[in-house]
Design a protein around this ligand. Structure first.
Ligand SMILES: NC(=O)C1=CN([C@@H]2O[C@H](COP(=O)(O)OP(=O)(O)OC[C@H]3O[C@@H](n4cnc5c(N)ncnc54)[C@H](O)[C@@H]3O)[C@@H](O)[C@H]2O)C=CC1
Ligand SMILES: Nc1nc(=O)c2c([nH]1)NC[C@@H]1CN(c3ccc(C(=O)N[C@@H](CCC(=O)O)C(=O)O)cc3)CN21
Length: 275
């Protein structure tokens, strides 16, 4: 029996309450990211953080730089997170809007603004893209990532990298090699899907700007025309875990996108996470 690396999780404002039914499957202080969605309010995200904290897990709210409307908007979100949920972790991303909705164009702009200093964070999480990004060149992504890691280390904050949803073992391993050979040895959490309905998976992949290659579709039995089929993503974990071990990479974990929701994923999680 091989052992899987520990997981972190992703939730949304409206779905965080579902964590109550699966929380005991995860180690105490398992990080749970709260996606920053355009159709949810700060109040929903703040409530999600409180729920996560009350379950003994570690809220990691995501800040979408381009969605922030002002400096005050940042404090309206982050102050209650600090006061009510004593957050120690934040993830900072650029944000999907084509044009910034306020003064922050990207993660670097937000980090440079000094705002994070006000919240006494232990860890700042940044994003990685093993399979690239539809609008940002891979070289630009890597250069930005290097800048962010160096900047945050200088500020004495711990840095972690959590990746976008990814499916292709070869691309993931190649990307880890690029990061590690740049002298970056911080924790990496590889974003992978739970055993989700193929239809749901392809919907979200498209939303996130991730392409599922024909090879991956075949490998994980993903027939996108079958509305009820489950993607056999277990093979992805097994292959990744073995490949990572073979290369001797350290400090690599998984970040689980349960896109059908935690409740629907419960049976799979129980079966899968049991040692
Ligand atoms: N909302 C969420 O939960 C998540 C969103 N994302 C998306 O990934 C993208 C990049 O974020 P980061 O890795 O933090 O990059 P970043 O903010 O560090 O920027 C990297 C480079 O790409 C440029 N850039 C940033 N956002 C862009 C955009 N929307 N369109 C074109 N160029 C852009 C920046 O100016 C910079 O040169 C964003 O679109 C973000 O929304 C990724 C993960 C989670
Ligand atoms: N470019 C980009 N933009 C994003 O907004 C984004 C990414 N990438 N990468 C991954 C994260 C995760 N994100 C999301 C977005 C929506 C749900 C969502 O709607 N989830 C369902 C849960 C499923 C269910 O309960 O059935 C929900 O209703 O909350 C989850 C994660 C957004 N994220």
């Amino acid at each position: 029996m091989f052992s899987l690396p520990p997981f972190s999780l992703e939730t949304t404002g409206k779905s965080a309450h579902e964590l109550a039914s699966v929380a005991d499957l995860f180690a105490a202080h398992t990080p749970v990211n709260i996606a920053f969605l355009g159709n949810e309010s700060h109040a929903q995200r703040i409530q999600a953080a409180a729920t996560i904290k009350s379950l003994g897990l570690e809220p990691t709210p995501i800040i979408s730089s381009r969605r922030l409307q002002s400096k005050e908007d940042f404090y309206h979100y982050v102050d209650p997170l600090v006061k009510q949920s004593h957050i120690k972790r934040l993830m900072v991303v650029g944000g999907d809007p084509k044009q910034p909705q306020g003064p922050y164009n990207d993660s670097i702009g937000l980090l440079k603004s000094d705002l994070l200093k006000s919240c006494e964070l232990e860890t700042v999480v940044i994003a990685g893209y093993p399979e690239g990004h539809p609008h940002i060149r891979s070289q630009q992504l890597i250069e930005s990532l290097k800048w962010k890691v160096a900047f945050l280390k200088q500020q004495n904050v711990k840095v972690e990298i959590t990746t976008q949803l990814a499916f292709c073992t070869e691309s993931i391993v190649k990307w880890i090699e690029t990061i590690r050979s740049s002298g970056i040895h911080e924790p990496i959490r590889i974003g992978v899907p739970s055993s989700t309905r193929v239809k749901t998976l392809s919907y979200f992949a498209q939303q996130f700007g991730v392409e599922i290659s024909a090879a991956s579709l075949e490998k994980y039995a993903m027939d996108t025309t079958d509305e009820t089929l489950e993607a056999k993503t277990d093979a992805l974990y097994q292959e990744l875990t073995q490949t990572i071990k073979r290369h001797g990479y350290e400090n690599i974990y998984f970040h689980l996108y349960t896109l059908d929701g935690m409740v629907k994923s419960k049976a799979w999680l129980e079966n899968f996470l049991r040692p």
